[in-house]
Every structure is written in structure tokens, then in C-alpha cells.
Write a protein that binds this ligand. Structure first.
Ligand SMILES: [Zn+2]
Length: 146
């Protein structure tokens, strides 16, 4: 029997979420963050790393980071390549987001929601309002309100 290409298996077992994530739905995970993973080339590979390799030219050295907080997402639109420092920075930002030190007004949250609806990327919105990407993601998923 001919092996099914991992991309086909990924497509078959993923769903498009309301926030635009390509979310892998099967219960197989690797790593502390419970990344979705599938068997490819004889080993379990996190799905976002496969995606980065196919669509972003990932060479295996850089970290693959999410602009969304969804560790099972493999949308190339939600992934970017970064250094170890970026990864640490991202983690710190996430931590800061949770501690609630960044404050936005109700008006700003409304503006951000509009920007999200208009398809603006988390990264750009985060830069404009000087907030973390994970915070924009929280607003996107309705987990944050002023
Ligand atoms: Zn995503």
C-alpha cells in the first residue's frame, strides 16, 4: 500500500476554526505544550513544524512560533520563524498578558475587534497598540474585555 503523504493526512484530520486556525483534531500530541503531531518520515512531528517546513521554508534551525495561542494550529498564516530569543520574548509576553498589567480601554478593544474583522494580523495590531500578540489573540477569541 502506498503511504499517504502527511499533508493529506493533516488536511483530512483538521478543521478551520472561527479564528482562522487550521486546527489538527486528532488526539496525538508531543511536547509540554501539547502540540498536535502526526507521524511523518518514521517519527512524530509537530504539525506546525511540518507546516513551517512546507510553506515557510523552515530549515529546522529556527523556532516555529504561533501568532495565535493555538498549539494545535498549523495555518502558515499563524506561524512565523524566530530565534530562541523571540521564543523567550513571546513566552514573557504571554506571561505579562496573563498578569493583566496591560490595560486597554473599551474603545481600544472595539477598535482591535474591528481590525481583526478586517483581517489585520495579530502581529500588526500588537505593534500598533504596544501589546502582546497573545493579548490580541485573546481579544480575537473573546477571552479579553476591558
Ligand atoms: Zn492559528
Amino acid at each position: 500500500m502506498k503511504a499517504i503523504h502527511p499533508f493529506i493526512r493533516l488536511l483530512r484530520d483538521s478543521e478551520l476554526t472561527a479564528s482562522g486556525c487550521w486546527q489538527y483534531t486528532r488526539p496525538s500530541y508531543v511536547g509540554g505544550n501539547r502540540y498536535g503531531a502526526i507521524k511523518a518520515w518514521g517519527k512524530m512531528v509537530p504539525v506546525h513544524r511540518l507546516s513551517a517546513r512546507w510553506f515557510l521554508g523552515h530549515n529546522g534551525n529556527e523556532h516555529v512560533l504561533h501568532t495565535c495561542d493555538n498549539s494545535r494550529c498549523w495555518s502558515p498564516f499563524h506561524l512565523y520563524l524566530g530565534s530562541h530569543e523571540d521564543n523567550m520574548h513571546d513566552k514573557r509576553e504571554r506571561g505579562r498578558g496573563r498578569s493583566g498589567k496591560q490595560k486597554l480601554t473599551i474603545e481600544q478593544v472595539q477598535e482591535i475587534k474591528q481590525a481583526i474583522e478586517q483581517g489585520e494580523r495579530n502581529m500588526h495590531i500588537a505593534e500598533r497598540y504596544d501589546i502582546s500578540r497573545s493579548m490580541v489573540s485573546s481579544i480575537r477569541h473573546g477571552r479579553y474585555w476591558a
